[in-house]
Structures are given as C-alpha cells and as structure tokens.
Design a protein. Structure first.
Lengths: 337, 337, 337, 337
C-alpha cells in the first residue's frame, strides 16, 4: 500500500482526489490538510462521504507527517506549493495540482500568475504530467506538475495537429467551464441567481492556462487565441478549437490523425461530431471529435474538470509513477443521466 | 408625480423595485442608496438596466433627502429600518420591506429575529401591507410594513380556510424558495455547484416568517407547522399546505370558498390542480389551487418572491396609499418560457 | 460468474443497471433487449458507455436466451413483465423493476395501474424486494419485485414510526422527483424550457406508488396522504413526511428509533436535519433525517431514484439472492459536486 | 388600433408575440391560429396568460379573416408561409417569422432548407427586416421577412467590421442557443436529463441561418465558419466571433467603430468585455462587446432569442411599418435575476 497525504483536501480538487483514492486498491489515505477546517472530520464537511472515512480529520498543512508518507498530493491555492516543496524530504514523491510548477519560464509565470517564482531550480525538478504527451517522463519522475483543466483539454485537442504541421495561422479556442472549476468558495460568478441561466466570458486572452498550452505544444510560431467562459453546468470543460488547415482534409483523414496519436490511449475516445459534456461526467476520459469543411476544421475536446482536469489525472500520474496499471481506480464509466 | 426614494437599492428587492418603478407612469425615482456602492452608477452594478437610468447613482443611506421625497421604500437588512424610521419627517410615507415592523409582539419579534425591537411604539404606527387581507387599512396608512415572501404565499392560501373554520388540527406547510430569495450576496447555500441540482431544508420549524403568518391568520388555536426549503430555481415561492378538514369537501366547494374571498382580487388567480412556478414568474400574481380527497386538503400557492413576495407587493401598497389604480406598473403578464 | 440478461435495457433504469453491473466482479452481462433499438450497439445509443461494452447490441425481447441465463432483470414498461414471466423457465431467477408484481390485491392493482393483473397466481411468487424490511424473504426468493422509487423513500422513512406505533392521525407526504424519473422519452413535463426553473405537482393523491407504501407498512388504520412533484434536478427523490406523534419526542429519541431499526444497514445513513440530494447522488444510499418539535415530526428521506430507487436496489437484491456481499458493485461513495 | 392576426400562435415565437402585443397600446389581437389546438383557449394552453385574453381561442389557419385584419404575423414552421402568402389580399401587411422569405437565391434556399421555394417572385416582395441594417426598406415594406435568431446576433456583430473592411481571412462563429429556441415540442435535445447539465454542437458548418448571414453581410469574399451549440439555459443567444484584423486595433478603436454604426440605435448597447445572457433576458436588446489583442479580435453579441431573435424584432418591424415609435411595447428593461 502506498501511503498518501493530501495537502488542501477541502477544495473540490482535493475532495475529488479523496473520492477516487477511496476506491483505489493500493492506496491508503493517511493524512489530509485544510487550513480552514483543522480538526474537523472530512465527512462532516463533505457529508456525501459519511461512512467512508469517518476517522479522517483535517490537519494543519504544516503538520504534514512527511517521513511517514510515500506520496504527497498538493491541492493548494496557487503560490503555496512552491513554498512548501523545498522543505519536503527528497524521498517523498510529489504531485502538485496547482499552477506553481507548470511554467518553466519565470518571466512568463510572473506575467500570468502575478507573483514571482520562488525558486526556478525547484521548478526544473518537475515533470509536466500529461501522460498522453510525455508518459515516459512521468514514469521516471518523482515530482509531477499536474496540468490545468483547460490546458489538458486544449493540448490534447491540438497536439496531433500542431505536431503534424496541419495548422495554418491562428487557432481560436472557445472554452467553457462548469461552476465547480471555480472551487468551493462562493463568489459573484458562482452565485446561483447569476450563474444558472447564463454564460459569460472572463479573462479575455489572458487566462493563466494559456502559457502551459503554448509551452506543451512546443511550437514557437504557433498562435493560440484563448478565450474562457463560465457556463451554467457544474462539471465539465467543453473546448471548441477553430482553425484553418494547410490543405483540405476529409473527416476520415482527421480521424486518422487522432487515431494515430491516441488510438491506444486508455482515456481518450474519438466521438466525431457528437461531443457532449454528459458523456464524460465523473470519469477520467477526454472525448475528442471534429468536423471539417475543406480547410476549415473544428476540433472539440470534452472532459470532467475535476477528473481528467485535476484529480483523475493526478491519480493517473500516480499510477504511472508507482507502476500500477494506469487505470487503477479510474476505470469507471461516465455517468448519465 | 410621486417622488420616491429607495434605501437599500442594491439588493435584489431594491433592484426589482427600481425595475417596476421605471415603468410606473406616476413615479419619479429620485434617490437610491447602497452602503456598499456609494457613488457607483446603478446601471454599472446592474448592467441589465443600462440605458434606463444612467444618471442615477447610489448614495449613502444617511444622506436621504427626506424633505424632498414623498415616499420612501426601505429595502434594508433586518434591524436597520427600525433605527432609521424615528428620524424621518412625519409627512414622509414609508413602505418597509424588511421584517422590522411586521410583528406586533416584542417578545415574539426578539425570539425570531434575535434582536430586540427598537421602539414598540413606532411599531404600532405600521400597517401590515397585505392588500387582499386588509386593503382598507393600507389605504389609510402612511407607514406600511410589507409582508415576507413565504408569509404572503401561506397567508393567502390559508386565510379563507381558517376564517371559514374549515380546518381540523394542524396545517403542515412545505414551502420552497428560489435562490434569489437569499439576496445578491454569494453564500454556501447559493453556491451554484451546491444549489443547482439539489433541494434541502433550512430552519426547521423556526423560520422568521412564521410569526407573521400566525399573527395574520389571527386564530390563537391555529397551529401551523412551517418548513422552508431551498429549491434549484432562481425566482419563485411554491408553497404546499396539507391539512384535514372538519368535514369532507368537493373540489367545487373548495373552489367556491376561494372564489368568494378572492374572486375580485386583481392579483390572485385560481389554478385548480395546476400550480406552476412558470406561470407567475416576473409578475405580481399569486396563483392558488387545491386538490381534495374527502377530508384531506392540499392547497398550493405560487408567487414570484421578488414581485408579490417583495417589490411588486410594495408597489401595490404604494398604489393603494397614493390612490392610483392598484395594478399601475404591475399589469404585465407573467413570462414563459 | 452469474450470467444476466436485461430486458428493457435502453431505458434509464436499464442503462443504470448496465452501468452498475459493469463494475460487478461476479456478473457477466450476456444479453440486453430494446424493442426500439434492435441491432443497435448499446454504446451507440449511450455514448458515455463507449469503450466498456462495445460488443453488446440490443436484441428483441422475444429472443431472450432464457436457457443460457442465470438471472433476468426486467426493466420494461408497466404491463409487459406480467405477460413475459409465465413463459420463462422456472430455473431462471427474475428481478422485475416495473410495478407489475408489487401489488398483491388485483383490485388495487387495477385501480392504480389502469390494467388488470394478468395472473394473480404468478403475482404470489414474487417477493417485494426492499431488503431493509424483508431481507430474509429476498434471500430465499427466485422472483423479486423491485420497489418503486417514491415507495422506497417513503416506506423507509415511515416503517420504524408505524411499526413502533408512534404516529397519531394522517401522515402527509410531499415528495419530489428529478426528471430522470420520467424515463428517457421526451415529454411535456421533461421539456427543458418548462422543467428547468419550475416545480409542479402531478397525480394528486393518486400516484401508483401509494398502494405499495400502504401494503408494505402493513397497517390498515394508517393513513398516508401522498403528493408527488416534478422538481428541476435530474437525479433524486427528496421526500418530506409530516405527522403528529402520539406523545412528544426529543431529537435523540427520534434518532434512537431509526438507529434501532437501521443502525446496521449498509445503505441507510442518519443525517439529522441536513438531508440533501447532493449527498446521495450516484449512490445506493438512502439518507434519513428528521426534525421534531413536541408532537410534530418531519422525517426526510433522500435517495437517487435510479440507484436505490431502481437499478441499485435491484443489484442489492441480486447480491442477496446470489449470496454475494450485499454491497458488491454498490460500494461507491456519492459524488459531489 | 391596428388589427393583427397571428398564424401559428401556439409556438414559443407566437406566444411571445402575444405577450408583447398585449402591452402594445395601438394593437388589437383579433385572431390567433394553431392547427394542433383549434377551439382551445389560448390561456388554457398557456396558463401564464390567464386573465389577459380569456376570450381568445385558437382558430384553424385556413379560417384567417384576411379581410378584417390590418397585419398578419406568420409564425408557422418552415415551408408553410410560402404556401399561404400568395392567397392573401394585397392590402394585408405581412411579417413572416420563418425562414421562408429570407433567402433570395432559390438554389441556396433549397440547399439549406431541403425544400424548393414555392415561388421566387413572391420571395422578391419581401424585405429582410433587420432595422439596424435596412430600416428604410422596412419602413416602405408591406411584406417583411423577420431574421433568424442566430442570424440577428451574428449580422449585428459583424456588419460594421465587414463594411469597414477590417477583417482579414475567415471569421469563426461559436454561437450558443437556449432551449426555447427549439420550440415547444419536446425532443431528445430538449429532454431535461440530457439538456440541463451539458453543452453540445449541432449541424456542423450547415445551420440554415448561415446563408442569410452571408447574404446580409453582402461580401462575396467574406468567409464565415458557423457553428451552433445547444446550451443549458432557456432563453438567449450568446454568439462569439473570432477573427484576425487587417491591422492592429485598440479597444477604443473597436468601440468607436461600433458606436459609429449603432450609437443611436434604440436596441443595441455596447458592453465592452462584459456580455452576459442575464442582461438581455426578456428584452429586445442586443448587447455587443469585444476584446482585442493586436490583430486578434473577439466580438460578442447577446440577445433574447424570443425577443430580438423573433417576436420582439417582429414588433419592432411592425412599429416601423406602421409609423409607431420604434420601441412601442418593447421598452421594458431586461429582467435580472
């Protein structure tokens, strides 16, 4: 059994992690922290978990029993992990769900996150944990930086196209998130009377997931126009990617390109022109589909922001790092309706 | 033209008041306050109002131009109106939307609101503004206390039955509110991820609208078991009233009783067994219906919590006080879908 | 491995059954029928299941390979199972999810379902499969009739009170269902523009789940006033039960009564005054709570209508019949947000 | 008073027309038809209208009292109006809300609507009723073809840019509709369990509103990639337009362009980077905003699909045709929350 700790277990990302790890046969959740809820039982804060971990209480993050854990998930707000990691023992594996270790260029990090990098050297020890792109790096890593939810959706949608040199000119990304993406603290943007019957953009051109997309696609000439929206569902990222191709392609050719890249991936499914948030909810899948009309291409990617967009992918990374079958604890079918 | 001011115009009740008064032909909105937003344009805080009152800015409540106003609506949090009213000039008509002046018994007020009454003598100057029950008192009043949203629904549903002596034993009230009833400040209970797919009770047996219901029904022996719920829609009160009758009644007799009381009321409609939040939304109507099976009776009442449950009823009261036709500014059909 | 078939696998109940059985370690889904979709792949109709049972196609119900199956789930519309069962081989275990075999009195069945019972003798071979009430009967049964979703919620809420003789006079039941309860065929009541921001009653006093409630509570003098509502969420039954007690009770006494009955039940949790649809979703739990004020008692029960209200309970019954641990395939925590 | 008739008054477009005309001071609704509901009272089918037009019943469309009407609104399914119009007396003004008379090229019409044009000569008598683009033509017209909801949003967003020659290369349109856009007949796409927590595309590249967009923009070289989505709200079109500009522009320049075109328009409001479905609901406004980053431009347009996208715009056209102030009956502020 791998003994894991979760720093920041009271947020939605942390809670989803608990939910997944509860059904993981090789993991023991040994410790969970929450600065806001020290001493409170996890099942008191999250009553849906009553009966599953009634003994477990939130600790203070500074009380992390680092020497008795095998792996530590960090699900803290941006800026906290990079202060905590240098003090952890080398032998402790770390998977960080924040943006702290995703960006290798300190100037870019500061531009998008508004704070300086604590220590660029620590940064370099982290591998960007998107298994479909760099599984082998994850396998050898002790420190993994888990991608952002929007970034996962868009990188997976564009990677084969960019690598294959199919794209001419800019890609316009119109990407919608469910309200759980904003976390469990009530805000104006998640206030039910405002959110439930509407749709509205935020952070025009400047969402902090953009630099990790550009970095992962690894193509300096690539131009991504990236626009995020708040949508009136709870779970899900639905990302639409609009672009012009260098030459006309048929639906079969587009499908072929994606199959070549992802045909054996356990968590990617091809859905042609039928992407739907309903079909990935509560699962670790990214459904990818497309429609093409001559040189115009639309690629859709859909995922559950708390699973493949956060906790599910973190467990997928853990499985790879620990040598477990990659889908352990993640093999459930999406739930619909 | 009646010059009106609105103290507390940035809450949902105040905003709805502005919305209705904008189309009232005899009213000029001369002043609006908000402690949080002093100096900000109303249309900046509420962009849906852009183009309708672009000149109007929020003032501080203490800067009320009492001598130049004819009527003042108070849409402040509980506890504020009772401090403000004694300092207002006698000639200024007041309609208060809070609970401050609804309860005549100081002990009962303190029990349910958790604060003492400022001055029970001021209390006595207020008339309870439920026109269907005491229109003539409202007509003669300068000070009107506007009923609570839940209270309006339940009093209107039960009044004919209680007055007619039809009820045997307790009445059980199961009443659901939309999220706008909680106001425009985000809270755990209105957080979209929690609210939008659920239903949950709050304040078992002890909602603060209960004492005004008991007081208005005016029947000491009457027993009302009152349970409120948060429902996943934005606007609406849907109240279900369960009871046993002294003797069996037919659907026609039940309808007859309500028609006798409300047949000429401009804002009450009989809906038999088809009550639906959809059919009152954005209107000042209370739809009432019922189903009966021998001595068992279910009565439903449905209204828009921001209209008949707050701002609409306040304008209805103003119309009566000022001698305008009662439906002025309120004569719009509900909107569906 | 138990070889199971599902007749009526394209409805929401059948699909949920497939979803649960996919993760059941001792079950092989050998056959699924759908009259509407003969020859179509299950994963084509339900794209969320892509990758999980791609080989499985819908057959015609009359082609049931009865001799090669161990257990047959019937998830057909009311009236179909009672025609099909007499033709099945005796050795085949059957769990029926419709209302066909729930009511022992033919006159009552006809009154509520509008059709006559095919054969009252066949009826008698079925055990009512509510494990918390009659687990031992289920254990010995070959034929199990799975309870209705509303009935499960209300019977579990009232059983200890009625058996203990606590109730004085009628119980008023105000019970709300999510839209998935209406099945996967679009209707006026599930049309999004009408359903999503509203709440409305249907079938006043006469829902077809009422007779199985009365029958299960087994108390001729008991009177249940039963009112169902359509609520704007997808999954969930939220049932509120209002009643007068013979003598005043404290919250602790009420809790004690329910703990005495259900303390060791794997799928019942006590939630005091915090019931919430969010906390049972996608799980087999029934959360029960209560609030009491002297002799007035409100009992709440909450469950997922497709799990404990249908497919989950059917699998629970199968586990009992087959001697598997009762929670096999059902031990997942509810999902929130 | 203008005597109007409405053919197809039971659909959502027709019902919204009734709702608006009820408050129009110069209009008398003299006749309404519905093939499905001949003889039924309008207020029986649409209970929210109880008390407003209780005398009005649905007639059969062939019984149109053409000689006694001044103006006829046609809100029929595609393909019906073009059969009906040739039989109407010349003196009767007509505003058609379907797609029948929007497309001037018969081949294009047939390609997108799947049926041939009845009579291209009749087609030519119709003016495309988008007042912000061709108000003077509408003023002189007797026959007006009301634009599609998606088309209104996209034409208004792109017209100043295309006319000004600002756009380089294709414009990608990602446009979302509320469920009321699909009409009042339940379908798989509006089934609450599927629609309410999701988002999904339909008709890739081929929505029938595309040809009227291309035609209205009147720029043969212009290329519009048009993708429609079903969103989980009831009312609203939220359209995002992505493009590259010929040369970099500042936010002020973009705003200036739109102000130059629309600054005096009564139903267009500039919202910069804060477009929101909430702020146009139940009103005739189109809110337009934008964000620009060098040569990349995103333009948003938001409207209520049943108002500016259908019935509101039809009344706006009627007001222009009849010489009434353009906002008569349409001057209500949007409603929020």
């Amino acid at each position: 059994m791998v003994k894991v700790g979760i720093a920041g277990g009271s947020g939605y990302g942390g809670t989803e992690l608990i939910h997944i790890l509860l059904r993981h046969p090789h993991v023991d959740i040994a410790w969970v922290s929450s600065q806001q809820h020290v001493g409170k039982a996890v099942a008191e804060l999250y009553p849906h978990l009553r009966g599953f971990l009634d003994h477990l209480k939130f600790s203070a993050v500074q009380d992390v029993p680092a020497s008795s854990l095998d792996l530590l998930f960090l699900a803290l707000p941006h800026g906290h992990a990079m202060k905590m990691v240098p003090g952890l023992p080398d032998r402790l594996a770390v998977i960080d769900l924040s943006g702290d270790f995703r960006i290798s260029d300190p100037a870019v990090f500061e531009e998008y996150y508004g704070i300086p990098l604590e220590d660029p050297e620590v940064q370099k020890r982290f591998v960007y944990g998107l298994p479909e792109i760099n599984r082998e790096d994850v396998r050898r890593a002790r420190y993994v930086s888990n991608p952002g939810c929007f970034a996962t959706a868009t990188i997976l949608a564009l990677y084969p196209l960019v690598k294959g040199g199919w794209v001419e000119g800019p890609v316009f990304v119109d990407t919608k998130t469910g309200s759980s993406g904003a976390g469990n603290s009530p805000t104006a943007g998640t206030h039910h009377p405002r959110r439930t019957n509407s749709l509205f953009p935020y952070k025009p051109f400047r969402h902090q997931h953009l630099p990790e997309i550009v970095q992962a696609l690894g193509h300096p000439a690539n131009r991504v126009v990236f626009q995020t929206y708040s949508a009136p569902f709870v779970r899900g990222i639905f990302a639409s990617h609009y672009m012009t191709l260098r030459r006309p392609a048929s639906p079969e050719e587009v499908r072929g390109l994606f199959m070549d890249h992802y045909g054996s991936e356990p968590f990617i499914r091809w859905v042609a022109d039928k992407p739907d948030v309903n079909y990935v909810r509560h699962s670790n899948f990214t459904d990818i589909g497309a429609a093409v009309d001559g040189t115009y291409l639309i690629v859709w990617s859909v995922l559950d922001n708390l699973q493949k967009g956060a906790a599910g992918q973190a467990v997928q990374n853990m499985n790879i790092m620990c040598g477990f079958p990659e889908g352990t604890g993640l093999n459930l079918a999406p739930v619909h309706p």
